[in-house]
Design a binder for this molecule. Structure first.
Ligand code: TRP
Length: 439
């Protein structure tokens, strides 16, 4: 691999309204990581994936807007990282099809999300695939396309997504194998085990499904109300309190400096009243969130600006990576210009394609020397007889350098070969030569 910066790619699901747990567990660490030196970071809104679950168009649009505004407000800098919307890079879905055609169906059968749906159907006495869409089934292939289209090296994900990265590697490997070259490098999952999971209002993990969340950008007064509704025990002011298993304490820790956290622990031991403790928690959360909330409100008020940012990112990415890659991949799989010279006979093995055209010199039973230009099994040029091998070699050299016109050379075209075919082969040879010289 060349010395290009590491490519780190993260897909953001565009569903729901982000809460403090998402912020501390996903958004904040990802934004910190986006500032790492020597990395090229890709952040995208996985809006195509969201259609598998969310089929209310107005909500899909709203959610995409809110999530985009959240990441921008939280400090993602679209001039330093790639920030885009999955559906703005249509080459992704085209690549998905190419991958679909090498992906093993058996592997998809074993995907956790699909298997869970089947298991549930079985438990309910339903048909295996009842209410399962093909979208859910194909989810891992679309995700592989997201990753492979930009040849990402590392993909930071939660543990539940590791299997998807393994599938992306599998599909990439199969494609590389079938089409005879390392089109894709194999991405690695990057798991951060230090990422905090925040407790919610009731002390269980903060999650929409428990209805215990603190939304990230509620107005200040509502944030305060929510913080004051966090469940605590019934200890009175003056009684020592335990930090162990205290949701209040864990939330505080996620927003405070280590010194502040130590001070807060001491206050617990000293019997701080729950009201005071909640006020202090509110203060540290508000300190961090308030400037972001202001940016968020500005952004949300101008959805057209967010649209422009996303489109610009997608457009630049397409031009830089996606369109050129798909052009190559189309050629690799044989979706080609029918008039182009590089076409190979349909009975040639796929692997023959990898070898560039070549000149072959040989001696016949008549004692004379000959050469031919071949592309795979196809003979493009056949030379006349030479008395000395040196003459054959020099003719080849002059043809390759373009010093000798085909019409003037002692050669004849192969069966159904056009001069343009020969020219293309000579060009390909020159290109292969230049590539060798450069590496
Ligand atoms: N499946 C991921 C999730 O649920 C979102 C996602 C879609 C993604 N495409 C991706 C993540 C590509 C990483 C890379 O969180």
């Amino acid at each position: 691999m060349s010395q290009r910066p590491q490519r780190v790619l993260t897909g953001i699901t565009t569903s729901g309204t982000p809460h403090l747990g998402n912020y501390v567990g996903a958004v904040r660490p990802a934004i910190t990581a986006s500032r790492a030196p020597n990395t090229e970071s890709f952040y995208f809104l996985a809006d195509l994936h969201s259609l598998i679950k969310a089929q209310d168009p107005a909500r899909t649009q709203r959610s995409t807007l809110e999530i985009a505004a959240t990441w921008l407000a939280a400090g993602l800098d679209p001039s330093k990282v790639w920030f885009y919307r999955q559906s703005d890079v249509p080459e992704t879905t085209e690549l998905m099809w190419l991958l679909t055609c090498v992906a093993g169906k058996g592997i998809l059968n074993r995907a956790h999300a699909y298997k869970a749906a089947v298991d549930k159907n079985r438990a309910d006495g339903e048909d295996d695939d009842a209410a399962v869409t093909a979208g859910l089934f194909m989810y891992p292939v679309l995700m592989a396309a997201d990753i492979l289209i930009f040849n990402a090296d590392r993909v930071p994900v939660g543990r539940d997504q590791i299997q998807h990265i393994e599938m992306a590697r599998d599909f990439a490997q199969r494609f590389n194998h079938v089409y005879g070259r390392d089109w894709f490098n194999l991405p690695e999952a990057a798991i951060d085990d230090n990422v905090a999971t925040l407790p919610g209002l009731d002390g269980r993990k903060m999650s929409k499904s428990y209805d215990n969340t603190i939304p990230l950008f509620v107005p200040q007064a509502q944030l305060k109300k929510l913080v004051f509704s966090i469940l605590t025990d019934s200890k009175m002011p003056g009684e020592a309190k335990s930090t162990d298993g205290s949701a209040l304490f864990q939330l505080y820790q996620a927003f405070a400096t280590p010194d502040e956290t130590a001070g807060f622990a001491a206050a617990f031991a000293d019997g701080i009243g729950w009201g005071d403790a909640k006020q202090q928690l509110f203060d540290v959360v508000e300190r961090e969130i308030a400037p972001m909330r202001a940016r968020y409100e500005d952004l949300i008020a101008k959805p057209g600006d967010i649209e422009d940012i996303l489109r610009d990112g997608g457009q630049r990415l397409r031009e830089r990576y996606a369109i050129p890659l798909l052009r190559e991949l189309r050629d690799a799989v044989g979706l080609r210009n029918l008039g182009s010279a590089a076409s190979i006979p349909s009975d040639a093995p796929a692997s023959a394609k990898a070898a560039p055209p070549a000149f072959k010199q040989y001696r016949e039973a008549d004692g004379k020397f000959y050469f031919k230009l071949v592309d795979g099994e196809r003979v493009l040029l056949q030379s006349a007889a030479f008395d000395a091998p040196r003459d054959a070699g020099q003719t080849i050299a002059r043809l390759r350098r373009g010093e000798l016109a085909l019409a003037d050379a002692p050669v004849s075209l192969g069966d159904r070969v056009e001069t343009t075919d020969v020219q293309a082969a000579l060009d390909a040879l020159a290109a292969a030569e230049a590539e060798k010289a450069a590496s």
